[in-house]
Design a protein around this ligand. Structure first.
Ligand code: GRF
Length: 216
């Protein structure tokens, strides 16, 4: 069976890209990375793509007069590579409604919180300040509003009393690296349907239980 062609968009270190590279290395994974696209030439993730022998492209927003022309260049490159699903993985540019609509339900993002809580930046600092007992990560279809859109996969991660933003980020990142390949696999298997801005997944198992945090 043909594997779903992914275009992974990055701006930085690319640890989620690495999780997708590692997942796609399994022969039975139903997706492959056709292109890694970065808006920054110094993104650490580009070396990961190179090491895996994946085609890569740098399209700098600075080379374009406005957002639509930058996005038109990305769009042409993605389509030229045969990309069927865009995975935003630490891509730090806001996208216009035009680009988002052109890739509606064919573009996903990973965000380090349990959306709709803590959209935007500094999620872990804000989770700590709010005193929440759980945070986590979310993979969702992209809509025009930032960090908004139908939720595909989430993982809950406990906030521990000794946590600072770095330790919490590291714990959430481990969950991200499990969630992103899972979401891609479910989509590539054709099991994900968007119905009225909610995602329905065919044959997905339910989480086993409610958790308490703290215990006692
Ligand atoms: C991740 O925390 C992701 O959730 C957020 O940006 C970060 C990217 O990290 N959107 P990396 O580049 O994948 O390591």
């Amino acid at each position: 069976m043909a594997r779903l062609k992914l275009g992974v968009l990055i701006s930085g270190r690319g640890s989620n890209l690495q999780a997708l590279i590692d997942a796609a290395a399994a022969p039975d994974f139903p997706a492959e990375i056709a292109l890694v696209l970065s808006n920054r030439a110094d993104a650490g993730g580009l070396a990961r793509a190179a090491a895996a022998g994946i085609r890569q492209s740098v399209i700098s927003h600075r080379d374009y007069p406005d957002r639509p022309s930058f996005e038109a260049a990305m769009d042409a490159t993605l389509r030229g590579a045969g990309v069927e699903l865009i995975c935003l993985a630490g891509f730090m540019r806001l996208l216009t409604g035009g680009f988002v609509e052109a890739w509606r339900d064919r573009m996903i993002n990973i965000h380090p919180s349990l959306l709709p809580a803590f959209k935007g930046l500094d999620t872990h600092e804000r989770a700590l300040a709010a005193g929440v007992r759980f945070t986590g990560c979310t993979v969702h279809f992209v809509r025009a509003e930032m960090d908004d859109g139908p939720i595909i996969v989430q993982a809950a991660v406990p906030v521990l009393s000794r946590d600072d933003a770095d330790s919490l980020a590291a714990r959430v990142l481990e969950a991200e690296h499990r969630c992103y390949p899972l979401a891609v696999r479910l989509i590539a298997e054709g099991r994900v349907r968007v119905a009225g801005e909610r995602v329905e997944i065919d044959g997905a198992g339910d989480a086993p239980s409610t958790q308490l945090n703290p215990l006692d």
